[in-house]
Ligand binder design. Structure first.
Ligand SMILES: Nc1ncnc2c1ncn2[C@@H]1O[C@H](COP(=O)(O)OP(=O)(O)OP(=O)(O)O)[C@@H](O)[C@H]1O
Ligand SMILES: O=C(O)[C@H](O)[C@@H](O)[C@H](O)[C@H](O)CO
Length: 194
């Protein structure tokens, strides 16, 4: 059976180095869904700031989150499932991605998206790992703008999803393919064509 939930969007979240890009690609590949890289949606100034070793603040992140939210909304409007990477570190950021009103964000409310999200059409998958595992992964990575030195600020900003968010939290210890399989299995998503 080829299970293609109408417009389900998975947001693969977590701090820098948790494996969002790697795992999202594998999950999307397994399911035959499209994948989008949240890092590619940052305004140029954000990338330059991070590359210079300075953590983003809320004001930097809202325009980026607006772009990620627009992508999610587009998938849902098209009725097409997809996977997108986004650190989504704070609860307020996830609320914004679910279309809810967030004071001070400058984002207009999106009631249609919020209604779909309440039905479960926007699911967060949190890639969770110990700080030393994350540091090791970042130390081993080459050719990425994000410096390993920003990990501490990422962990300080992280607000893990609460029980009311119905997010899936997955340990990043196993190999990428196993992490991806766990996500597919635990969400009950049959691989495309299977
Ligand atoms: N489960 C895993 N086991 C071993 N190595 C992994 C695993 N997942 C990812 N990696 C490696 O860890 C590094 C970080 O992964 P990746 O770039 O996918 O993280 P990310 O969360 O997208 O980071 P960022 O937010 O900074 O873009 C990469 O070198 C990747 O190959
Ligand atoms: O929220 C943030 O602090 C940033 O957006 C980072 O998390 C980056 O997007 C990315 O994950 C690093 O490559």
């Amino acid at each position: 059976m080829n299970t293609r939930p109408r417009g389900l969007v998975l947001v693969v979240m977590g701090v820098s180095g948790s494996g969002k890009s790697t795992v999202a690609e594998l999950v999307a590949g397994r399911l035959g869904w499209v994948v989008a890289e949240g890092d590619a949606m940052h305004p140029r100034a954000n990338v330059e700031k991070m590359a210079a070793g300075r953590p983003l603040d809320d004001a930097d992140r809202w325009p980026w989150l607006a772009a990620v939210r627009a992508w999610i909304r587009g998938q849902l409007e098209a009725g097409e499932p997809g996977v997108v990477t986004c650190s989504a570190l704070r609860r307020s950021y996830r609320d914004a991605l679910r279309g809810e009103t967030v004071a001070g964000s400058g984002l207009a409310a999106d009631p249609a998206l919020a209604a779909r999200a309440r039905e479960g059409a926007v699911m967060f998958v949190h890639l969770h790992g110990a700080p030393e595992v994350l540091a090791g992964r970042l130390a081993g990575r080459r050719g990425h703008f994000m410096p390993a030195g920003l990990l501490a600020s990422q962990l300080a900003a992280l607000e893990e999803p609460g029980p009311d968010e119905r997010a899936l939290t997955v340990d990043i210890g196993p190999a990428p393919a196993a992490v991806a399989q766990t996500i597919v299995d635990r969400l009950g998503l049959a691989a495309a064509g299977s």
